[in-house]
Design a protein around this ligand. Sequence first.
Ligand code: PPS
Length: 287
Amino acid sequence: MSRHLTAVEGVPVADLIAANWQEIWAFQAKPGDLLIDTYPKSGTTWVQEIVDLIRNEGDAEICRRAPIYERVPFLEVMHLMKPGLEEVNAMPPPRVLKSHLPFQLVPPSFWKLNCKVIYVARNARDTMTSFYHFDHMVTFHPDPGTWEQYVQRFMKGDVGWGSWYDHVKGFWEKKDKHNILYLFYEDLKKDPLKETRKIMRFLEKDLPEEMLKRIVHQSSFNQMKENSMSNNSTFPMEILDHTKGSFMRKGTVGDWKTMFTVRQNELFEEDYRRQMEGSSLKFQVAM
Ligand code: PPS
């Protein structure tokens, strides 16, 4: 499997995604479809699980009908795994799909149909930390190298799906012009009930408080970690080498402190200010 990145419209993505770009770009959304879009490692799977639980009124059994990557197909890797494009095309709407594509690379059919999009952002330091560990597992990404090398690559946007800075700002700037619910991983950690209620309202559902509390419990880190239908442990080995790490790793805010040196943090902060200058987008960072 190629481990290279190729630029699509200036955004580096895995060769295997770039090679299939025309098909991905031409993807046809259907009215009512929901897209969960994130920069990698920002809480995608967590929100996928919450959405599936809300849509199924907290029925944990129904939500164990298939692994999360089948319940919520992954747009840009559909040609590499099941469910493939044909199966996804055959699914009745409203479907829920996952993507890591930056705003400008989301297939235009989603915007034309005014589909709902849930975007989840996570602070850069924790995202990078999580991505570094994860990139040891991803077979179609370059070897992550040393942590120091990875920090440099991340700041330059030379990682799969490109620049974190452009990604989070891209959706932030467009969120009021489209049907986008912009969430933060840190808020989900702090008050999962409040954020889950926001998602429920966005999905135009009205579930009783007790059911919402159950959904929060079922989608908690520990519950998902133990649930083979939620923890991605069966994700195809050709794409994710499960001998190199665990998908449900820590699920915390502030884990970056176990990786950054004081010097790296200073340089990162200086670069961060430059890259985020002028943006009203602010993150809660555990310092
Ligand atoms: S991916 O591969 O990009 O789709 O990964 P993604 O799901 O976006 O992010 C994975 C990180 O989210 C953590 N995670 C959770 N945290 C809190 N609660 C729940 N329920 C939860 N589920 C997944 C997961 O552990 C990864 O973060 P790290 O920091 O690596 O542990």
